[in-house]
Design a protein around this ligand. Sequence first.
Ligand code: SAH
Ligand code: SF4
Length: 360
Amino acid sequence: MPTDIQSLTREELELQFKNWGQPVYRVKQLLEWLYVRRATNWDAMTNLPKNLRDQLRENFSFRQLELVRKQGSQDTTQKFLWKLSDGQFIESVLIPANPALYGDASDRHTLCISTQVGCAYGCKFCASGLDGWKRNLSPDEISGQVLAVERLRHSEIAPRLIDNIVVMGMGEPLANYDNLLKALKILNAPWGGGIGARKITISTSGLAPQIRRLAGEPLQFRLAISLHGATDDVRGKIMPVNKKYPLFELAAACREYQDKKGRMITFEYILIAGVNDSLGQTKPLAALAKKLFAKVNLIPCNKVEGLPWERPSERVCENFLAALQKQKVAATLRREKGHDIDAACGQLRLKTEREMRMEK
Ligand code: SAH
Ligand code: SF4
């Protein structure tokens, strides 16, 4: 399969154009078609000579995500189901004008993006991992989610809509490390998506070696850890990855990230009734958060069809929050109803695939 044109950085394009004997300003023109005007076909690129367009067409693919399903409305959380060129499905979620969840108070539009089809990590509460892992997304399929949403919501060359990215959709981003980093580099570059690295949050289930590797990267991404348990016993029951990278190892990797980046880490903690919501868990959770200067985001878990987990009552959630705050931990509890459709990414895909199987 040819490489997609949207998977190349400016440097790579410059090298390619140089080899073809094309002047370097042509790269600038091409990038403008891709990332400013958000073109969807070669023929739209009218200021590129026809022979160059033909050469590009012969050597690179120019794929688009196909929208197959949309949930939600323009002023609430919107969920998009995309079909990839090989027929697989992925999801993205647009969270508009949101009070800052992961970044600054000025958050306007946050897009939650996927990095893999399915997930190999099999966390017990998650819809994304239910059918296992299918494949990694290529860089253009990762960054393409941002472009495709902007295209749907905006006319050509309107100013950018999305100013925050959370890599919290389907898949384990750090298990698709190279493609993720390339996509984020493109989304971050002034010639590409123009989204500041500090406005990009990567969420991981806790792949310690890759967290260390990320700490060595020049870009200053925010890091969120899907913790969901503050002791190996509790975490190990719901997250198989904890056996490979137990909490002491995860904590050491987080510490390294923080030492090198000087950035605050966020712990995601979904509350599941009777599993991890006892007040006893707040003590080790507070200790870990304080040790790593981490902020805790509590999220009442979402019901996933076919899984037995339930949300704790509001009172239990509020008490859990209060106990953390009493121990001087920066913690928030997600209360907005609007998040119901986004929290458990992977569900729309699962539902669609199940319906398609039933139709067959
Ligand atoms: N694989 C990465 C990123 C994708 S998961 C990770 O695990 O961090 C994105 C977030 O959705 C994670 O914090 C995950 O724990 C959460 N999530 C999964 N299933 C959920 C559910 N049923 N209810 C609420 N959040 C859920
Ligand atoms: Fe994979 Fe993250 Fe879901 Fe776990 S929570 S199965 S790592 S997508």
